[in-house]
Design a protein around this ligand. Structure first.
Ligand code: HEM
Length: 154
């Protein structure tokens, strides 16, 4: 039964859609007063790398782990950045706007699960970016699923 439920990665349209999402998102970030300074030195392939990371999170191929340093690399990129609450909130706002712009699925099941990961991941990124952050013992990317409302829920 569980095997017949598509992953969120499949549901949203896979790598191609995620790449559109992150391109759109970072084009907004570059123009945003609160966020642009944090990302001033990001590499041109940063959007692509975050798309690969998100693909793995949502049940796609483990490519970020195999080719981009996995969870420890992602974590290292947030350390010491001291992300502020208003920057995190803007990051979430722009990500959800980008999801609409590039046409991520609009169904309640997908959007609630997608948004819950964006909240979770952004809050962890902010916490881990603080001085003397307690990092926990995780070394692998957390895979996110549908939670309480998989496709076809009542
Ligand atoms: C769901 C939430 C998030 C995810 C999945 C995520 C993912 C990532 C990943 C995968 C990288 C490393 C990319 C690479 O391999 O090159 C990265 C870097 C970074 N992230 Fe995040 N991130 C999240 C939230 C945030 C938030 C909320 C902020 C700040 C408001 C932030 C700021 C940064 C910065 C500044 C970098 C380094 C950019 C550079 O290379 O100059 N992230 N993030």
């Amino acid at each position: 039964m569980a095997d017949s439920v598509p992953t969120m990665y499949e549901w949203m349209g896979g790598a191609e859609v995620l790449e559109k999402l992150t391109e759109e998102f970072y084009s907004k970030v570059r123009k945003d007063d609160l966020l642009a300074p944090l990302f001033a030195r990001m590499a041109d392939d940063h959007p692509q790398h975050v798309a690969t990371f998100l693909g793995e999170v949502f049940g796609g191929p483990a490519k970020y782990t195999e080719e981009h340093g996995g969870y420890p690399h992602m974590l290292s990129r947030h350390l010491g950045r001291q992300i502020k609450p208003e920057q995190r909130a803007r990051w979430v706002e722009l990500m959800l706007e980008a999801a609409d712009t590039v046409g991520l699925p609009q169904d309640a099941e997908f959007r609630s699960a997608f948004t819950s990961y964006i909240e979770f991941g952004s809050r962890r990124a902010m916490a881990n970016s603080q001085k003397d952050a307690e990092l926990g013992s995780r070394t692998t990317i957390k895979i996110w699923g549908w939670g309480e409302a998989p496709p076809g829920s009542d």
